[in-house]
Design a protein around this ligand. Structure first.
Ligand SMILES: [Zn+2]
Length: 111
């Protein structure tokens, strides 16, 4: 069945490009972090690029990078610079100083 073989080949190829895209995404966030001190707008652009990659290849942005950008204005968040991180009532509160957007992440308190 040549038809089936073709689809198998296609899927394998797709998985490989997805892996590449994930590596690229990690690279984007690393570059964004490095570029931030010199030019924050470069970092914001890199985050937008990373998001486009994730959307195109249909994967979630990995957990450590997920909180490094603002969901509202899609800018790179550097703690101590343009985001304030506080804990409050079982939540970690991220306050973006670029657009004043607040995002809360629940956490499990230690018992
Ligand atoms: Zn924002």
């Amino acid at each position: 069945m040549p038809q089936r073989m073709n689809t198998l080949k296609f899927h394998r190829k797709k998985a490989a490009s997805k892996r590449q895209a994930k590596e690229q995404l990690i690279g984007c966030f690393q570059k964004a972090r490095e570029a931030f001190h010199q030019n924050p707008s470069v970092s914001h652009r890199l985050v937008k690029k990373a998001r486009r990659l994730a959307m195109k290849h249909k994967f979630k942005i990995p957990a450590p990078y997920n909180r490094q950008y603002c969901r509202n204005c899609i800018s790179f968040l550097m703690p101590g610079s343009n985001v304030s991180i506080r804990t409050r009532k079982g939540h970690v509160v991220y306050f973006c100083r670029e657009c004043r957007h607040i995002r809360r992440y629940p956490y499990k308190p230690r018992r």
